[in-house]
Design a protein around this ligand. Structure first.
Ligand code: C2E
Ligand code: MG
Ligand code: MG
Ligand code: MG
Length: 281
């Protein structure tokens, strides 16, 4: 390929590109080490209902790196997708989430539903459903306590196959949410064909909602369409009371964001739940 491009080939091998490649290789190797030593953490961010109660949590992966601090999943998940390392990572996440929620139930916190983010590669693997069933059986987590988050893109890639899997998940009692809703290319009407439970309005709309009439209109549109289809709507990335109030006024069902709580380790979550239990917003 470089040869065909003749002189332009030099563009591919600039020092910047070499450094980026070098960094990717280094990161990939360090990620491999983290997989082998299970050096990840799973944090949990509460989602609140309209009454201000913790309705569920979302599990979010954290990679504490000895030199660089916590590396964001936004950085290493795409890399892990490319290298296939996402498969062992996802297995660890699912097992950790199931075990943690069992521990939470045993600590007297009830069956708090947990949502786990799914990677496209994981969703499309032929043994996805079998390994999911196995993890539930091994950990003893009731399927109704687990929810899965998928982005629009995953469903658009291979709609037929995807719908079969969604039906199987529904049959198992596992709720599915469409994550980052509004950022893909899907038409709103395609949702009516999908056996899903929840949509999560992308943070980018919530971010602007108090300043932009356009974003407010988009959110109103999503809410009325989703409710018409009996879907539950979550707003993610709520950072202030003004955003919360506006989304409440438009009838949003669930709220997630730094305004209420950041993602936190399991022991903090226990303390958070204990402290909040008797109070309403
Ligand atoms: P996501 O699933 O959309 O997760 C929500 C992201 O928004 C999280 O970022 C969360 O920390 C952040 N967030 C929550 N509230 C606020 C807020 O009020 N303001 C702002 N600015 N951000 C907020 P995080 O943890 O960095 O994760 C980024 C993405 O990485 C996730 O987006 C998800 O797509 C992916 N990811 C995280 N954990 C996993 C995992 O276990 N497996 C897979 N496959 N992907 C994961
Ligand atoms: Mg998510
Ligand atoms: Mg999201
Ligand atoms: Mg996101």
């Amino acid at each position: 390929r470089a040869k065909q491009q003749g002189r332009n080939a030099y563009q591919w091998f600039t020092p910047e590109v070499m450094t980026q490649l070098g960094e990717r290789v280094a990161l990939r190797n360090e990620l491999q080490g983290a997989i082998e030593t299970e050096a990840f953490e799973l944090h949990y961010q509460p989602l609140l209902d309209r009454a201000g109660r913790v309705a569920s949590v979302e599990a979010l992966l954290r990679w504490p790196h000895p030199e660089r601090g916590y590396i964001s999943p936004a950085v290493f998940i795409p890399l892990a997708e490319d290298t296939g390392q996402i498969i062992p990572i996802s297995r660890w996440v699912l097992q950790r989430a199931c075990r943690d929620m069992r521990a939470l139930a045993k600590a007297g916190q009830g069956e708090l539903p947990v949502a786990v983010n799914l990677s496209p590669l994981q969703f499309h693997r032929s043994n996805f459903l079998a390994s999911l069933r196995q993890t539930l059986a091994e950990t003893g987590l009731p399927a109704r306590q687990l929810a899965l988050e998928l982005t629009e893109g995953v469903l658009m890639d291979d709609t037929e196959g995807a719908i079969d899997i969604l039906h199987a998940l529904r049959g198992m009692g596992i709720a599915v949410a469409i994550d980052d809703f509004g950022t893909g290319f899907s038409s709103l009407s395609y949702l009516k064909h999908l056996p899903i439970h929840t949509i999560k309005i992308d943070r980018s709309f919530v971010d602007e909602v108090t300043r932009s009439r356009d974003d407010e209109a988009i959110i109103q549109g999503i809410l009325s369409m989703a409710h018409h289809l009996d879907l539950e709507v979550v707003a993610e990335g709520i950072e202030c009371e003004a955003q919360h109030r506006l989304l409440m006024a438009h009838g949003c069902d669930r709220f997630q964001g730094f305004h209420f709580a950041r993602p936190m380790p399991l022991d903090w979550l226990v303390a958070f739940l204990d402290e909040r239990a008797p109070t309403l917003l």
